[in-house]
Design a protein around this ligand. Structure first.
Ligand code: NAD
Length: 273
């Protein structure tokens, strides 16, 4: 039990396809006591049964990161319910749908600001509002994507937000290092979730990654969950400020994956039906 006696908050479960659900499950399996948040009443109906399944029905809190008053109430409630926290997961992102298609050049100031506030500043605000509750040795984790460092069609403003998120991880890691608190990110490969459905032509991204990743498949929320559990537990006590890729190896590729077909080098993507 790598997370026995650990208490933590997981932000970002929308349903049982969420990456945060995979993380919550992996932490629970290793003995952690977890709390979950929900964005609004609609998602509360999905999150409550998951809290039941994960044995934490009494630790479910409302958090819309665009509402500063929610952070305050959350911190007060967590103080009463948990006392201190050993880990926090930030698995939140949002961009207006029309900013996730077409030319990045057309991104409006409003879409840019909203995306940065919900997807990046929320990490800083979450950590800031919970800092007095964080125990020495605590671990914080957020979720990123390769679109932060490489061009990915349609990812647009979210790529810029993920670049800022990854940079925030490094600055927070330095600030909190003096209290022996770690901050890391997992850069996950594409997974079909509610958030991903906002990205135009997401199915092509999935197929492309499957064809080109060294492991020749797409990553699952369970695989991301297990890697997250390592980063949230003391197993990774010497690791902070890292962006850890959990993408079946896709990020190492400098050229598309190929196969020899009838003596001819053929892109694997062309071989997928
Ligand atoms: N699915 C992928 O392909 C993929 C790949 C790499 C990284 N990620 C990242 O993983 C994280 C989780 O996304 P997911 O794919 O599991 O999708 P998801 O839709 O299951 O999770 C996104 C979560 O963000 C929450 N959220 C959105 N706006 C919010 C707000 N104002 N306040 C509070 N919560 C809010 C939603 O309620 C939801 O729980 C995101 O940061 C996403 O960018 C996803």
């Amino acid at each position: 039990m790598f997370m026995k006696d650990k208490k933590g908050l997981i932000v970002g479960v929308a349903n049982n396809r969420s990456i945060a659900y995979g993380i919550a499950k992996a932490c629970k399996e290793q003995g952690a006591q977890i709390g979950l948040t929900f964005l609004n009443e609609t998602l509360e109906k999905r999150v409550r049964p998951i809290a039941q399944e994960l044995d934490c029905p009494q630790y479910v809190y409302e958090l819309d990161v665009s509402k500063p008053e929610h952070f305050k109430t959350l911190a007060n409630n967590l103080k009463i319910d948990f006392g201190g926290l050993d880990f926090v997961v930030h698995s939140v992102a949002f961009a207006p749908k029309d900013a996730l298609e077409g030319d990045f050049l057309n991104t409006s100031k409003e879409a840019f600001t909203t995306t940065m506030q919900i997807s990046v500043y929320s990490l800083i605000e979450l950590v800031g509002s919970l800092q007095s509750l964080l125990n020495s040795g605590a671990s914080i984790l957020t979720l990123s994507y390769l679109g932060s460092v490489k061009y990915v069609t349609n990812y647009n403003v979210m790529g810029v937000a993920k670049a800022a998120l990854e940079s925030s991880v490094r600055y927070l890691a330095y600030d909190l290092g003096k209290r022996n608190i770690r901050v890391n990110a997992i850069s996950a490969g594409p997974i079909k979730t509610l958030a991903a459905s906002g990205i135009s032509d997401f199915n092509i991204m999935l197929k492309w990654n499957e064809a080109n990743a060294p492991l020749r498949e797409n990553v699952s929320v369970d695989q991301v969950g297990n890697s997250a559990m390592y980063l949230l537990s003391d197993l990774s006590s010497g690791v902070t400020g890292e962006i850890h890729y959990v993408d079946c190896g896709y990020n190492i590729m400098g050229m598309c994956a190929t196969e020899q077909i009838d003596g001819k080098l053929t892109p694997r993507f062309d071989l997928l039906k």
